[in-house]
Design a binder for this molecule. Structure first.
Ligand SMILES: [Zn+2]
Length: 345
């Protein structure tokens, strides 16, 4: 079978190669790929910024945003042949730490977790892959290929869960949400804000391309300048230092700011730490970071996607690239929101 792989830590090693069938040690459930989402993390892996191959092997199969169909499942499994599933990216560390021991591997304390397509575990960018049942999430087949958005959505389901847990420290009645960045991650944040009946605003520097329409057809407001109002909740999805500073310093008293973005490491932005400290203390403000997701968040995300407008979801998939033309999927092009590699015609 064919798989997209890299040699981690070395730029320019991306290739599509014939590899052995998936190792049964990866789990009893065999999945045939339908689609694979591409994101900034994949591009950083391709550039050699980070990544680790499985022990004793030079190459790592890429891909962590999966969608596939079960083709082999043992009789005792609740998953049936034909079920449409998404694979969970992170697996608990082997120690395990207190969080991983409870299935909260997204909160791993010792950094020893593994991640499919990123850290020590082959990813989902292969025609077939295997998994343990506990790392598979069933999705509504009516979503079609748009169900490939489940992994990015799971990251936002976690962010929202944590925002609400923090919010319950006192009477919690948020009204305005600001999402920074209208990529797939920001759109998932906005979708979940709308599903909570909140007043959702999305800030993104693009005034052309599909993003403004995607935001507006959700019923949210689109801004190409950082809005002047003070939101009760901010979900920062760009990782751009300048936007992070605006997000952290521009929210309302009692507000919660969740940082989910990465990247922008080369840029520098400075701010007045004393002033920030003062407003955080005097106004009970919270700034926290959130990464990854556990099974509970994948389930919540599957529910959110199932409730979303199907046509809207499919419009997020702005470019579909067949596996034989895989390299083009990793290029960033004007108007891209989410690019997917497809495995079937
Ligand atoms: Zn752990």
């Amino acid at each position: 079978m064919r798989a997209v792989s890299i040699e981690p830590g070395k730029a320019g090693t991306l290739s599509l190669e014939n590899v052995a069938e998936p190792d049964p040690a990866q789990g009893p459930i065999l999945v045939r790929s339908l689609a694979l989402g591409v994101c900034g993390t994949d591009r950083e892996l391709i550039d050699g910024a980070f990544g680790e191959s499985p022990q004793g092997r030079p190459r790592l199969v890429l891909g962590h945003e999966s969608l596939g169909r079960v083709v082999e499942s043992p009789p005792q499994s609740a998953l049936r042949i034909g079920d449409v599933v998404v694979g969970i990216v992170r697996h608990p560390d082997p120690v395990p730490c207190v969080n991983c021991a409870l299935g909260e591997w997204d909160m791993c304390r010792n950094g020893g977790y593994t991640e499919r397509g990123i850290k020590q575990l082959d990813g989902f960018g292969a025609e077939r892959w295997r998994s343990e049942e506990e790392f598979l999430v069933k999705v509504n087949p009516a979503l079609g290929i748009a169900a490939v958005l489940l992994e990015p959505a799971s990251v936002l389901a976690k962010a929202w869960e944590h925002i609400e847990r923090i919010g319950r420290r006192a009477r919690w009645a948020p009204q305005r949400v600001l999402v920074t960045g209208a990529g797939a991650v920001g759109l998932m944040a906005a979708l979940m804000g709308m599903q909570r009946s909140l007043n959702v605003h999305v800030y993104d520097r693009n005034d052309a391309g599909p993003k403004p329409d995607l935001v507006r057809s959700l019923g949210a407001e689109y801004h190409t300048r950082f809005p002047a109002f003070e939101p009760d909740i901010v979900i920062e999805c760009t990782g751009a230092p300048k936007v992070v500073v605006q997000a952290v310093t521009g929210s309302a008293p009692g507000s919660i700011v969740c940082l989910t973005g990465l990247g922008g490491g080369q840029q520098v932005a400075s701010f007045d730490a004393a002033k920030l400290n003062q407003s955080m203390v005097l106004e009970n403000r919270v700034v926290f970071g959130s990464v990854n997701a556990n099974r509970r968040h994948y389930d919540a995300a599957a529910h959110a996607l199932a409730r979303a407008d199907r046509d809207w979801l499919s419009r997020i998939l702005t470019r579909k690239v067949r596996l034989d033309a895989f390299a083009g999927a990793y290029e960033e092009r004007e108007g891209d929101v989410k690019t997917v590699i497809t495995f079937e015609d």
